[in-house]
Write a protein that binds this ligand. Sequence first.
Ligand code: PYR
Length: 362
Amino acid sequence: MIVGVVKEQKAGEGRVGVTPANVKKLVDAGADVLVEKDAGIGSGFSNDDYQKMNGKIVSHAEAWKADLIIKVKEPDAEEYQYFRPNQIIWGFQHLASAPETVAQMIRSGVTAIGGETIVKDGKLELLAPMSAIAGRRSVIMGTYYLEAQHQGEGILLCGTPEVPAGKVVILGGGNAAVNAATLALDMGCRVQILEIKQDRLDWLKEHFAGRNYEGIISNAENIAKYIKDADLFISTILIPGARPPKLVTESMVKSMKPGSVIVDVAIDQGGTVATIDKPTTIEDPVFVKDNIIHYAVPNQPGAVPRTATLALASGNISYLLEIVKNGLEKAMKEDPALASGINIYQGEVTNKGLAKSLNYEF
Ligand code: PYR
């Protein structure tokens, strides 16, 4: 099998899907590995590092000729021209918010595997390390944008020995939320998590016992009530494969304190905040609306590529090796976790959430 490791096109995205060490594993498993020139530079891996592991450095177009394309994020519009039948495209795809990409994938008969829908032992195995980074970084970005020179409230979120720390309100109680809450609590903040499932609230209560934490059942009334006092509001809602509803209305946003900050971690799949209609970028990450700073970067881990590439490469390699060794058809029959990552199979939508979000037959 020919494997192509392509350089990410998204502004500011420094991650790469395969490290030099993993190129060696793929080559040892029988693959020919083509690495686009400079694909690893943002993560600290030189072309030479890949060559030493028997990766062949090629152009962008050459890398896209491979049977298995390994990316970090969904393909860019410029890359549609390279799609061809039975090609496998691996990455965090978030296709529910990319209808044109889906149309092009169907038209060309490609197979798209989305790391974000891979479920192993009930957990989103490949998403988890990325949501841990995004959750933690949301608190860091919130801290930064709350400063006065960014039109923020002018507060130091972590407070001082004399002045209390700020309040962080988090919508959704999954992995990103736990990571955001942990850092915010360590910084001395008051943290409130709005979560829809009572059993998860019970788990969170136990997990954060003894800390400055409160869990609240999530509904429209409670979101409206708690968002008002937030200095930093972080939305983390993710529905695997699908677009989430806009749970945070414009009037809720308008009720927030001027200069407070909203971070939508799950904007890559459409997000939950009515005042954010499209993602921002790592290079140009915020906009101000209704006096509130909106941070809507869809690929936060891409801003810390040295950490994030190592984290994602430790998770994706076992699946990539299964595909290289057995071929996709056999590999997905033998491994239900790999099968759960298939969003489009040879041009047909196979993920229920995606089909529902974009009105495709399932
Ligand atoms: C990201 O890390 O950018 C994802 O989409 C999960």
